[in-house]
Design a protein around this ligand. Structure first.
Ligand code: TRP
Ligand code: ZN
Length: 844
């Protein structure tokens, strides 16, 4: 079996070289057919240095190759996935014709079919599955596309001439190419840019989905206006098309002028989408739109520079969301996601720098580190050079690099020049993996307050002995009564150890890492009293929330270790916050949320305790029950206080109230066996409230509700994804694997649809950790079996999900052996280099 392991050839950043022959214009003619699509490509080529032209092609049936009209013996030129044109002239035209079968493309990369619709996904290296080409981002060409098919809608990038004839005047790399054809209907609108360009906006969906497009279209217009107002960037074509596709490996894709979306991140109606869905739609619509400048007009020189477009664009979508909704709630949510995904990644065998130095399969590097940590680097850069410096640097970047394929160095140079600063030490953030720990020790005596700050960057796979990095620490000081005695200031800690001194008449309470100013672990000597003061009084909402979170975490870790009860001081503090009806409901809901099971497992491991997922689950249950009892008398009144009568509005204020109502209902369910939840389920007139009540009822063991929900929603695939995921996530851990297994036998379980696959398999891994980590190892075997099967049809999705096992070193010897055995089985049976690379790194 091991002989069949796919080739594990590494690509290295240090080996980057420009192509000797480039392509300046691409002319594509498609004759679409499910089993035998013909693609004729006419490439205008130009020599820019010595050497052969080497084109990429994967799974193509090559019919002909012509150079300047002369037929070449293509079998002699092609070796596997490469075609070499040895003695190409200075300028020439290369024409190829190939046949491909979109119908059999289950990897969802290249040209594939979804519900009878043709669509493409070319990032990162899918274009080579469509035709022979230099499939790399530093080759930028203009495109003409002709689509012939007996279908009502034929779309590609750019502007449409005759029907199915598209011209894209903006030079772009292959990964931004897109084609969509099928029976689609559009919801349309218009937008006039600040430059006076009248842009047609079309959101293309399957007939029947046209009632669910309004929110995404509105989000698109708000994104366009925001990018003009905040970054001075306007849209550049006369049409902007967006298509919703049911079968999609990721969230969405920023193809030039033709964004393609996973339908779950576009389609929404109050009846079918939750507040979380609406927020995701708003964020992802903005993200893909913002790529038009940060990604498309300025693209990446090579895939090592991926964070150049992704980190920056995530930072832009986070800033947009903060403006559209609540800055505090957005920041806390961003930090929760960063810690859950990126800190976890950084602490395990898959840790890698924001700019990796090598990869086997680039698709494995669309990670939380590239995206979320990449965004944190932009945020730190902005706080170090200041908002005005940031604007100067960004504008210089747009001016200087528009229309080119750029690097991280290009980006940083713009800031060094515009802000007259040296960013060579800051650049370490791009090359050193691992989450730094900042240790803070305080000393106060006779009016002298001393802060000792230390930083440590941990070893990660392949990297040891790291240098100190510039860490921006935003902090303030409170008096014992909670009044602010020193407003926020910024200290950039760029040495291993620094000492700061202040004069304060009393021992202050330190409010450190305001706004989560750097992606670090904080080891800080705050007392429980300090934390209670910060939770009650700090002016920085992030630190306030964090103080409550640390109190909860301390409590829970003690409960896990010593099986103690939750403790009155913590319960009183949470009670005080929950019942303070002057505080934003969204914030109160966040403050009531306990650290996740996975978060606790990681923290216990860091503290030298081997985590037991079953005990962690039980401790959280106890803590929830104690909270419910402490709040018992208040729950009905508090829930009534956040009722949202009247028609559902998907806006932040109401969403915050619904979030708090859901949190309170969950506590109530522990006291009344689901009585209130049954009422809430029956009364729900929107999917947010319905899902909240549904989750409570599943946890209360009410099995009838699952059948009732299914009966009501079996016709709706996006709602049924929620049903599948909720049933697994909210099953009692001892039954979770059985429930997941049963659901994979459900007639509507279709593993070829990534959303459905992720709902069930991902629902177990991410939604029910105590079930996944069942001591018997059944969860590991179940997930490994499905990933092995998935790897044969859809390697990208299988490989991404294999990170379920990245935490194996945290656990006890028995679980480690079981997880390693599952990984070993996946390694032996991997058919893709995607999964082979992931599993190999986890076992190293
Ligand atoms: N560039 C896309 C984004 O950030 C991500 C993406 C969509 C992607 N589809 C993909 C990445 C397929 C790799 C493979 O929005
Ligand atoms: Zn992106």
């Amino acid at each position: 079996m091991r002989d069949a392991t796919p080739a594990q050839t590494k690509t290295h950043l240090k080996d980057y070289a420009t192509v000797p022959v480039t392509v300046t214009h691409v002319d594509l003619a498609f004759r679409l057919d499910p089993q035998a699509t013909r693609v004729r490509a006419t490439l205008t080529c130009r020599r820019q240095g010595p050497g052969p032209m080497v084109l990429d092609g994967e799974g193509l049936r090559t019919l002909s190759v012509e150079l300047d009209g002369m037929r070449l013996p293509h079998d002699d030129l092609i070796d596997g996935d490469r075609m070499t044109i040895a003695d190409a002239p200075d300028g020439f035209v290369l024409r190829t014709e190939v046949e491909i079968a979109p119908d059999r493309n289950t990897a969802l990369s290249g040209l594939y079919m979804s519900n009878g619709m043709y669509c493409t996904q070319c990032e990162a290296e899918g274009f080579r599955r469509i035709t022979w080409m230099l499939d790399r981002p530093d080759v930028m060409a203009t495109y003409d596309v002709a689509i012939d098919a007996d279908l009502p809608v034929l779309l590609s990038n750019g502007d449409e001439g005759a029907r199915g004839r598209w011209h894209d005047p903006c030079p772009k790399p292959t990964y931004l190419f897109a084609l969509v054809a099928g029976n689609l209907v559009a919801a349309s609108d218009r937008f006039t840019t600040m430059e006076g360009r009248d842009v047609a906006l079309n959101l293309w969906v399957r007939p029947g989905d046209d009632g669910r497009t309004a929110y995404a279209l509105d989000a698109l217009k708000r994104s366009m206006a925001w990018d003009e107002r905040v970054y001075g960037r306007a849209y550049d074509l006369s049409v902007f098309n967006v298509v919703a596709v049911d079968d999609f490996n990721m969230g969405a894709m920023e193809n030039k002028g033709l964004n393609v979306f996973n339908s779950r991140y576009v389609l929404a109606s109050p009846d079918t989408a939750t507040d979380a869905d609406y927020a995701n739609i708003e964020r992802i619509v903005a993200h893909e739109y913002f790529h038009n400048w940060t990604g498309n007009r300025i693209t990446c020189r090579d895939w090592f520079q991926l964070c150049l477009k992704e980190g920056l664009t995530v930072f832009r979508d986070q800033s947009f969301m903060a403006d559209m909704r609540s800055e505090a709630v957005q920041r806390i949510g961003d930090v929760l996601a960063l810690r859950a995904r990126q800190f976890r990644e950084d602490a395990g065998p898959l840790a890698h720098p924001v700019r990796p130095e090598s990869f086997i399969e680039i698709n494995n590097f669309y990670t939380a580190t590239i995206y979320e940590k990449g965004a944190e680097l932009i945020r730190m850069l902005r706080s170090i050079v200041g908002p005005d410096g940031y604007d100067l640097g960004v504008q210089l970047y747009f001016e200087r690099h528009d229309g080119t394929a750029a690097t991280i160095e290009d980006w940083l140079h713009c800031f060094e020049e515009a802000c007259a600063t040296d960013l060579s030490q800051f650049k370490l953030w791009y090359s050193q993996a691992g989450t730094p720990t900042v240790t803070i020790r305080q000393d106060w005596a006779d009016g002298d307050y001393t802060l000792t700050l230390r930083q440590h960057v941990p070893d990660t796979p392949g990297q040891t002995g790291k240098s100190p990095m510039p860490i921006p620490l935003a902090f303030g000081l409170l008096g014992a009564d909670g009044t602010e005695i020193a407003a926020t200031r910024l200290h950039v800690l760029d040495v291993p150890e620094a000492v700061l001194r202040f004069q304060t008449p009393e021992r202050p309470v330190l409010s450190m890492l305001r706004g989560f100013s750097a992606p670090v672990h904080l080891d800080i000597d705050l007392t429980e009293g300090d934390r209670l003061t910060l939770l009650a009084h700090d002016t920085d909402p992030f630190v306030r929330w964090e103080a409550g979170r640390m109190l909860a975490k301390d409590r829970l870790m003690r409960m896990v270790r010593d099986r103690t009860a939750p403790g009155a001081a913590w319960l009183d503090a949470v009670h005080a916050l929950a019942t303070d009806e002057t505080t934003d409901p969204a914030f109160r809901s966040l403050a009531l949320g306990l650290p996740s099971e996975d978060d606790l497992a990681g923290s216990l491991h860091d503290a030298g305790v081997v985590p037991d997922p079953a005990i962690i689950y039980a401790a959280r249950e106890d803590a929830h029950a104690a909270l419910a009892r402490r709040l018992a008398d208040d729950l009905p009144r508090l829930r009534a206080g956040v009722a949202t009568p009247g028609p559902y509005v998907p806006e932040a204020a109401d969403a915050g109230k619904r979030a708090l109502a859901a949190t309170l209902l969950r506590l109530q369910t522990r006291l009344d066996d689901g009585n209130a939840a049954r009422g809430a389920y029956a009364a729900a007139d929107n999917m947010t409230d319905r899902m909240a009540a549904f989750a409570c009822l599943l946890e209360a063991g009410d099995d009838d509700v699952a059948a009732a929900f299914e009966e009501d929603w079996k016709h709706d695939r996006l709602v049924m994804d929620k049903w599948f995921a909720a049933r697994v996530s909210h099953a009692p851990p001892a039954r979770a694997v059985d429930v997941a297994d049963l659901l994979t036998r459900h007639p509507d379980f279709d593993p070829s649809n990534p959303n459905r696959f992720r709902a069930v398999i991902g629902g177990l891994v991410g939604g029910n950790p105590a079930g996944f980590h069942d001591a018997s190892g059944r969860g590991y075997d179940f997930v490994a079996d499905w990933l092995i099967q998935m790897d044969r049809s859809n390697p990208q999705t299988a490989a991404r999900m294999s990170a379920a096992f990245e935490t194996w070193r945290r656990y006890d010897a028995d679980r480690q052996a079981l997880m390693r055995a599952a990984l070993g089985r996946m390694r032996d049976r991997a058919t893709s280099r995607d999964t082979a690379e992931m599993v190999g790194r986890m076992l190293e």
